[in-house]
Unconditional design. Structure first.
Length: 191
């Protein structure tokens, strides 16, 4: 495995994968960050550089979806939930209960919420679009401040139809850029 750290307006992110697939994408300091000790430097990995480019386009407002090969390593429920995250429209949110119903497990809200929390691909599978039943921001591995910033960014993008291409993750024209935040940088020992 290889790991590539890069900066975003919401702090450092790390992409983990190989030349074929992306295994995870997380903000630095996020819960459930994979063990990076055995990872090689990913600066020369074209796929990880593609991840960095697409994430940059997302934050610049030129991309609303991602076109990357993903490797899922989860339970059946987790995989189903992670796929369902991709169906939540840009600029909208749904509750954990609604997501549980969408995946055919309406009584398993806690299990679905745990699967959302274990989403290995922050931004790519938009787990930040899942909120509490009352609309409150809850449970984001990258922190609630980032979740709020991502939702605000996507609301701006959704209000500007035609400025950003929204087909199968391919980037389009310049849209609304996200406002940088002051978030702890990546750990010095991993940078």
């Amino acid at each position: 495995m290889r790991a590539l750290w890069f900066d975003t307006p919401l702090g450092a992110m790390v992409a983990v994968g190989n030349t074929q697939t992306l295994c995870s994408l997380h903000f630095g300091g996020a819960r459930h960050l994979p063990d990076l000790v055995s990872c090689e430097d990913g600066r020369d990995c074209l796929l990880l550089r593609r991840v960095q480019l697409q994430v940059g386009e997302y934050f610049d407002g030129r991309r609303t979806g991602f076109d990357l090969p993903l490797t899922a390593r989860g339970t059946g429920l987790q995989s189903t939930v992670w796929e369902a995250l991709n169906l939540i429209a840009l600029g909208t949110t749904i509750s954990y209960g609604e997501l549980a119903a969408r995946v055919g497990r309406p009584r398993a809200v806690r299990a679905v919420a745990q699967a959302v929390g274990r989403n290995p691909w922050t931004l790519i599978r938009p787990c930040h679009r899942v909120v509490g039943a009352d609309g409150s921001l809850t449970g984001f591995a990258g922190g609630l401040e980032r979740k709020a910033a991502l939702l605000a960014h996507e609301t701006r993008l959704a209000r500007e139809p035609g400025r950003v291409k929204r087909t199968s993750g391919v980037g389009g024209q310049k849209g609304a850029a996200i406002t940088p935040m002051r978030i702890r940088p990546r750990p010095a020992s991993l940078g």
